[in-house]
Design a protein around this ligand. Structure first.
Ligand code: NDP
Ligand code: HSE
Length: 449
């Protein structure tokens, strides 16, 4: 039975994502009504610049007073696609107080204040859905929150930022410069209002916090996530990666410790083998592996940014929330019962690729190898000036004669076996103090093996 009285939707924000949400709501109105069991009506659109021409939007619906819109009392669902912390946070809590459930794409806000927002939704008996906040169009929140609710997730690893994947992919495959690739990503609507959030890893860190929280039933905030951006990745890093049969991706990695007693969450650039499925994720696409005890390894892949893909996720949530509303129910709220401690980056076990500029004289390799050994870090391979001189452990290290640079310098590339990140950091600090080490040209973690 189709209800004739429409469910009223307030759209907060009508930019890259909001304009696509409005378009799909209009063009697919009949199908949405059938799927929900009642028509959905766009009851108001809050923006910052009311005079801007917005195709397909009735100007009479446009307002700059978002607070008055969410306080109207007849709004069933508020779709928040403004972004940022305020006024989005106040508008969402006001919406709950005035009878509306909320669909949001705002990862920055959810990573910072997710617990309080969930509590407010629960207190007022409303829904808070945010599939679009992580990995654009890819269904990931709902599979973790619902489909895998009976399993034990141990690891979530993937590419969750479209802008940086677009930039790294361009740098790798076309040799494009960083700024040129960023400008293109911004023009395509992938980047955040301030692209610093993308390139410095804040956006991916917010997504990692959300994913870790849901996966491990534990509150994980943005500040708990170790974050390194991709602005320092150079063409030389890509050359080194290629020599190792790898490429470079900005990865988000959330892991349960081997003893199950704690979790970690981190975002940083990493080398991954070309044979790894994540290496072939191109452009603004995202891909995320979820490893769980019973299901094993699941891979989620698709468009991670852009107006239309993100609107798809928002619309999916809108349908779910509207159905709940008609059924007089709400979907799952926050699940943080496990309350596992979030360990620092030093506790993570990983591998390093370290590029050193060293004095080209006898004994330097032995000196360098000693520093690794003193920190309990085992070396996998060493290459001097691009020539592989050893493989399979410290015992095989020897100094090659080739690749000498003018001024008596050589380039050493060391790849380690897996070790505690704290030990690797300590190793690099000690290497910097050696007279024979003229500089640490680059350090990058190696993942995916
Ligand atoms: P845009 O900057 O394109 O749009 C923001 C919209 O919010 C604009 O319509 C703007 O109005 C409006 N707005 C800004 N401030 C206010 C305010 N104080 N009151 C009312 N309206 C306001 O952002 P996006 O559409 O790209 O992103 C929106 C959200 O979706 C963000 O949380 C973002 O992180 C998230 N997201 C974005 C994705 C993407 O690919 N772009 C993908 C996944 C999530 P006006 O039009 O007048 O300027
Ligand atoms: N700026 C984000 C990205 C949008 O590039 O992934 C999608 O969340």
């Amino acid at each position: 039975m189709m209800r004739t009285r429409p469910l009223k939707v307030a759209l907060l924000g009508c930019g890259v994502v909001g304009s696509e949400v409005a378009r799909i709501m209009t063009t697919h109105a009949d199908d949405l009504a059938q799927r929900i069991g009642a028509p959905v009506e766009l009851a108001g659109v809050a923006v910052r610049r009311p005079a801007k021409v917005r195709e397909g939007i009735d100007p009479a619906l446009v307002t700059t007073d978002a607070t008055a819109l969410v306080k109207r009392g007849d709004i069933d669902v508020v779709v928040e696609v403004i972004g940022g912390i305020e006024p989005a946070r106040s508008l969402i809590t006001t919406a709950f107080e005035h009878g509306a459930s909320v669909v949001s794409a705002n990862k920055a806000l959810l990573a910072q204040d997710g617990a309080a927002l969930h509590a407010a939704a629960g207190e007022h008996g409303r829904d808070l859905y945010y599939e679009a906040a992580v990995a654009g169009a890819i269904p990931l929140i709902r599979p973790l929150r619902e489909s895998l609710a009976g399993d034990k997730v141990n690891r979530v690893l993937g590419i969750v930022n479209g802008t940086t994947n677009f930039i790294l992919d361009k740098m790798d495959t076309t040799g494009a410069g960083y700024q040129e690739a960023l400008d293109e990503a911004t023009a395509l609507g992938y980047a955040e209002a301030d692209p610093t959030a993308d390139v410095e890893g804040f956006d991916a860190a917010a997504k990692a916090a959300i994913l870790a929280g849901i996966a491990f039933h534990t509150r994980v905030r943005l500040d708990d996530v170790h974050r390194e951006g991709m602005t320092e990745v150079t063409a030389a890093d890509f050359r080194s990666a290629k020599e190792m049969g790898c490429t470079i991706k900005l990865l988000a990695i959330c892991e349960r410790a081997a003893d199950g007693a704690s979790v970690t969450a981190r975002v940083h650039p990493a080398m991954i083998p070309l044979s790894h499925p994540l290496a072939s994720v191109r452009g603004a696409y995202n891909a995320v592996f979820v490893e769980s005890e019973a299901a094993g390894r699941l891979m989620f892949y698709g468009p991670g940014a852009g107006g239309s893909p993100t609107a798809s996720a928002v619309l999916g949530d809108l349908v779910a929330v509207c159905r709940n509303k008609l059924n007089g129910t709400t979907g799952p709220g926050e699940s943080a019962y496990a309350a596992l401690p979030v360990s620092p980056m030093g506790d993570v076990v990983t591998r390093y690729h370290i590029s050193l500029d060293v004095a080209d004289k006898p004994g330097v390799l032995a000196q360098v190898a000693t520093v690794f050994a003193e920190h309990g870090v085992s070396i996998d391979t060493v290459r001097q000036s691009g020539r592989n001189v050893s493989s399979g452990g410290e015992a095989a290290i020897e100094q090659g004669g080739g690749g000498r640079r003018e001024g008596g310098e050589a380039s050493l590339v060391v790849v380690t076996h897996r070790a505690l990140d704290a030990a690797l950091t300590g190793t690099v600090e000690a290497l910097r103090k050696l007279d024979t080490v003229r500089g640490v040209a680059s350090i990058m973690r190696v993942e995916g093996e």
